[in-house]
Write a protein that binds this ligand. Sequence first.
Ligand SMILES: Nc1nc2c(ncn2[C@@H]2O[C@H](COP(=O)(O)OP(=O)(O)OP(=O)(O)O)[C@@H](O)[C@H]2O)c(=O)[nH]1
Ligand SMILES: [Mg+2]
Length: 309
Amino acid sequence: MEKTALTDEISDSRRGGSVAIIGRPNVGKSTLLNRLLGQKLAITAAKPQTTRHRLLGIIDHPVGQVALLDTPGIHEMRKARALNQALNRAAMSAMAEADLEWFMVAAGRWGEAEDRILSALAQEGRPIMLLINKIDRLPRREDLFPFLQEIGAKHDFVEIFPISALKGANVDRLLERTLSHLPENGACWPQDQLTDRSLRFLCAEFIREPVMRQLGEEVPYAVAVTIDHFEERADLVDIEATLWVERGGQKAILIGKGGSRMKAIGIQARRNIESLVDRKAFLQLWVKVRPGWQDDPRFLHKLEMDAPK
Ligand SMILES: Nc1nc2c(ncn2[C@@H]2O[C@H](COP(=O)(O)OP(=O)(O)OP(=O)(O)O)[C@@H](O)[C@H]2O)c(=O)[nH]1
Ligand SMILES: [Mg+2]
């Protein structure tokens, strides 16, 4: 990396701290985590509510470390199922413990949801950087100016950053500026550590990703993945997993005609896992029905999502 003025300034004391990425579903939070890590850790899809867990990614930089917390998109709960409550709670708890907040919005989009999230963030009292993502979608850069003016006035943001998480525009600069706002001698994780999540957890997520990406409206939200068997060998990982749905009809859709959908999901999941573990994966997938799992606190606990008492 090119030596910057910032690197010179504080080369003798590493900075560090935790940063929560907060925003509405689908704005690109997980894409940014992966971009900054330089590898895929979080699952992403062009659908809201892809992320269900808070996910730590440790970003190592010459100037210091950022413990970056990806979070589920904060959403209004119409039906307020236990799963939805757990998603919002995971985001709020990350928000509460971060040293600094990244509030992410999509370029040109600001609505009531953004106002609500911003007021929750402001209540935490931490510095907030506003990230305006997906700027690659704008036909012209100038199109952003009126938007910047309007939303820049909504809060005393420490910085405002137009970025493209997908294309990588402005993200290096974002990281440098973020580090300058974090304490000296802050976080300190082993340099080769990427996250605090187990490989087993990540594999369950990497199986859920093709479900999110390949299936239509309702079914992906009714799917949860548990790992029944996980064995790491020198040349192979051997995994058996269950995809849980809530109804028989969803099971039929997930399996597809003659098993074709599950086959396609299995192929993509195996690819995801093999590139993560850097060896072959042997994957056996089952589909089972568990009515009402989205409201079952014990099952949500099993999925490593804290459930309401
Ligand atoms: N054009 C464009 N698309 C992006 C950008 N960042 C993310 N996306 C796309 O937006 C969609 C949502 O991205 P995610 O990273 O899954 O969004 P998220 O905020 O984590 O969503 P939830 O987990 O549901 O809260 C995906 O299709 C991404 O490829 C970007 O900078 N530009
Ligand atoms: Mg996400």
